[in-house]
Write a protein that binds this ligand. Structure first.
Ligand code: PMP
Length: 361
């Protein structure tokens, strides 16, 4: 690093967020959809692009997109805030409700960007723990919130990277805890479509609850960068004051609106990924030396009884890229695999068998 100009002191020690982007045939490391969007979606989107008034700024309020999301999720349009990926939604939340002198509570191990964005925004982090099955312990959460009075509480369900889905009752009680301490409960549902229930149904004007969703996973639109939250209109209005004006481009807004017309196709894909998740889970559960955790998402976390980093490398040698969590506190010795197409999953399972056999041999 040059010493000509220095970043903020509190950012110097900050590590970037890097999931290696290695170009291999079977990429199961970033929980994307294995499918391209439907060809009819691309056609409709490209045709809509021909009519864009390119010399004009985009609709700042993203009215059409928010109305479409509203009818899709059964909530009024004013309860939606949209941004360039759910990471940007999380950043806007922390710029608004976090910051210097404020605290964000989170339960590790969880999505790395919650603590990363908290640090970037100068928000202090207070950390709760999880039970051995990675569920949030409500007594622990109660004590954490009572003693630190955070202004934001993060819950990721299904949780990345463990796959754990919190019960409705847990989220409701966390919401009560947050309300008592005048905190905003942020439920990150990046993988919500794969789970048996959604906290969107709890959103109303009386609860300090927002649910964050993304187009990057089931909607097959990671390249477009589009995420949103559903929350009380008074939260959305406050976030709009903080977000940069015209941040969401017209092509992105159009992609989000048009994608919702393909909901049936999306639901079919979710169903087939959930089925594949069951198949891969069963295969891992039946593999010697592997301990796999239940998941409500499109990935599985598993622990191995040997050097997990070396196994990750052996998988890569066999053209299969998974995510290495071997050194992560709380999930040491673990790897995470995204559920892909049946062919990709077969390639992963075959590579795993071969790599394990090679190490044992
Ligand atoms: N939340 C969670 C839990 C995630 O796993 C991810 C993506 N890895 C995101 C948010 C961010 O998604 P995006 O910015 O692509 O919408």
């Amino acid at each position: 690093m040059s010493d000509l100009v220095q970043p903020r002191d509190d950012l110097v020690a900050l590590a970037g967020y890097h999931s290696p982007q290695v170009d291999v045939p079977v990429r199961l490391n970033t929980n994307e959809s294995p499918y391209a969007p439907p060809p009819a979606f691309i056609e409709q989107w490209q045709s809509a692009l021909r009519d864009v008034a390119w010399n004009r700024y985009p609709d700042r309020a993203a009215v059409a997109l928010r109305e479409s999301l509203g009818s899709f999720l059964g909530q009024p349009a004013e309860r939606f805030f949209c941004a360039n990926g759910s990471n940007e939604v999380l950043q806007t939340i922390l710029l608004t409700y976090g910051g210097a002198g404020r605290r964000a509570a989170l339960f590790e191990p969880t999505y790395a960007l919650h603590s990363h964005i908290a640090r970037i925004t100068g928000t202090e982090i207070v950390t709760g723990t999880r039970t051995p099955t990675f569920a949030i312990d409500l007594d622990d959460a109660d004590a954490l919130v009572a003693s630190h009075a955070p202004s934001v509480v993060f819950v990721c369900t299904p949780n990345n990277p463990t796959g754990t889905t919190e019960a409705r009752d847990t989220v409701q009680r966390l919401c009560d805890l947050a309300a008592r301490s005048r905190a905003l409960l942020v439920v990150d549902e990046a993988y919500g479509e794969f789970a048996p229930w959604s906290a969107v149904e709890l959103v109303d004007e009386s609860r300090p609850l927002v649910v964050v969703r993304t187009y990057s996973k089931v909607w097959s639109l990671a390249a477009a960068r589009l995420g949103f939250l559903v929350g009380p209109a008074w939260v959305v209005e406050t976030l709009e004051n903080v977000a940069l004006p015209y941040a969401l481009s017209t092509p992105t807004q159009l992609a989000g609106t048009i994608a919702l017309q393909f909901a049936t196709e999306m639901e079919r894909r979710v169903a087939s990924l959930v089925e594949e998740r069951g198949r891969v889970f069963a295969a891992l559960a039946g593999t010697n030396g592997v301990d796999v955790f239940p998941s409500g998402a499109n990935f599985l976390l598993f622990r191995v009884d040997r050097d997990a980093r070396a196994l990750w490398e052996r998988l890569l040698e066999r053209d299969v890229l998974v995510r290495d969590f071997s050194k992560w506190p709380g999930i040491e010795g673990c790897l995470r695999v995204t559920i892909g197409t049946a062919t990709e999953n077969d390639a992963f399972l075959a590579a795993l068998d071969a790599a394990l056999a090679e190490e044992s041999g």
